[in-house]
Design a protein around this ligand. Structure first.
Ligand code: FBP
Length: 262
């Protein structure tokens, strides 16, 4: 098994995944504020920024666009995903195998687990197969660890996020992508529960530069290893500008003021 810090998913032990699977997960609604953001090539261009360690997309986008960017970006193939049209208990269909992801050039894979959903058992069994296949191909595994479902009233509560990061460690993920629990203390708890699994924050819906960067800074100060972000980058008119600031906060560990002043 190649140590994760020797794979392209990380830079200096940190992670900045640019997620672009929203066309499946949320649908065209996410692109209406900035119609050019519907073009996957625009986000692949953004992913050539040196701050971005990997771009996370579904199989169809990878097949159609990654060949034009394979020398300038690193591919994380998101193996499962469901549309917003689905109205059942949180679940996610497996849309790509590890072998196929490997064959089309991915260096790592991603999988959503909805702990607490009525589908948790089936999803965890799917994860087992994927995690073992990924190990066989020396590909790091990122878990989108999102507890949700009938029984969960508040899926960003600190205890819930700490459980999410622990699930990732217990089940063998290299990186746990979790929602921001609202405070540095909450993130510290999640980091502590994750052990050797790296914890990264899930970007969330678009906010102001300062609010967004303050939450990223809190994650880094809490021992988190970075970010997996979508809308807060590609819904902006200038993705490069926010990526420059993220590079400072995550990799250079500057203050938010210093990142915004640069
Ligand atoms: P954002 O930074 O835009 O929140 O993207 C992260 C992500 O996990 C995407 O990979 C995914 O499409 C989306 O959020 C799912 O969000 P949710 O299930 O909370 O609607």
């Amino acid at each position: 098994m190649i140590p994760i810090d020797e794979t392209p998913l990380t830079r200096d032990g940190k992670v900045l995944i640019l997620a672009y699977d929203h066309g499946l997960e949320h649908g065209p609604a996410d692109f209406t504020g900035l119609p050019e953001s519907a073009d996957p090539a625009r986000t692949f261009e953004a992913a050539t920024h040196p701050a971005v360690t990997s771009i996370a997309v579904q199989k169809g986008i990878a097949e159609a666009y990654y060949p034009s960017y394979d020398d300038a970006t690193d591919l994380l193939l998101k193996l499962n995903g469901t549309s917003n049209l689905w109205m059942g208990e949180p679940d996610s269909s497996v849309n790509c195998s590890v072998e196929y992801a490997h064959d089309i050039g991915a260096s790592s894979v991603g999988f959503t687990l909805y702990g607490g959903s009525n589908k948790e058992v089936e999803m965890t069994e799917e994860f087992r197969a994927i995690q073992e296949d990924a190990r066989a191909h020396d590909m790091p595994v990122v878990m989108w660890s999102y507890p949700r479902g009938q029984g969960l009233k508040n899926d960003t509560k600190s205890d819930v996020i700490a459980y999410a990061s622990r699930l990732a460690l217990e089940l063998g993920a290299d990186v746990a992508k979790v929602k921001y629990p609202g405070s540095k203390a909450g993130m510290e708890h999640a980091v502590q529960m994750a052990g050797k699994t790296k914890v990264v924050m899930s970007g969330g819906s678009k906010t102001s530069d300062r609010e967004f960067l303050e939450s990223v800074k809190a994650v880094i100060d809490a021992g988190g290893k970075g970010l997996a972000v979508g809308r807060n980058v590609w819904q902006r008119e200038n993705p490069t500008q926010i990526l420059d600031a993220l590079e400072k906060v995550i990799f250079e560990e500057t203050t938010v003021d210093a990142a915004l002043d640069a």
